[in-house]
Design a protein. Sequence first.
Lengths: 148, 173
Amino acid sequence: MIRGRALLVLGLRVLLAGVFVWAAIPKLLDPAEFALSIQNYRAVPEEIVGHLAVLLPVFELVIALGLLLPRYQRGAALLATLMLLVFAAAMGQARWRGIDLSCGCFGAALEAKVSWLTVARTFGLGLLSALLLFAAREPPPARVHPAS
Amino acid sequence: MLPGPMSLAIQILRICTVSLALGVALLWLRGIPPAPSAAGATGVCSVPEAFPAGTAWIAQDEARQLLGNPAVVFVDCRSTLQYQAGHIASALSIPSDQPAIPRAVERVLAAAASIVAYCDAHSGCESSHRLAARLTELGYPDVKILRDGMPGWLERGYPAESGVCRLCREDEP
């Protein structure tokens, strides 16, 4: 029988993994575009913008994979929480400084201006990740468990 | 099985390691995407790849010194509404979505030795680049883009005015 909590955890994992994959793909396809988005936040030094534009989407993709793997779900949830909170903070500071920019969250195809709504959305996703972190349980040890 | 917290740390370590390895591999394979703005630029205006490499910039203080020089024309690439709300003193308005440059404006531009284009820098200055490319194509020799655009100009308290651009109205057919 699937209990409510297990269902909640499963739902959160699938939802968050979906969001991360959805966000990573357009960035991977067009790193130059994403580099421009990052640049517009004016929050990181110019020298690392190009590297970030490649590393961030890869990180998002691996986190999505981790969320789907029971053995890595909690670690992935913690990283997702941190990442989303950092994104929310980056948008918040841009909004606060009155920088009018597109968020770059889901690539250029879904271009959205950063508003307090996008900040709240990102923060909300961060809270969901945190909820997952605390709701998820360690899976039982695998029967054939390679010593690592 | 390792105890809870330790296991969490190991999960994180592995996820980060895998990400970093894949990321570095991808960087190595595809190269680093070009930094969007020119090296050492303090500016807000970043240059997307697609724009011609020859785009020239002009700094705010330099542009300020050119203001009042009859051989230099300032061109506002923002929307007509934005222009009317406030623009660099004596600037002409050529909204980036305007299909044709009015003949009266063309005559002024043709008589100018240099053109300084500017926009709302916070949106990435794409409209300035489009206009600069268009003017360069039309054969105007010296087209520069104002770094930091209108916001930078206002921050420094340089001369600005509001109202319509009488010269810039589109030609009657």
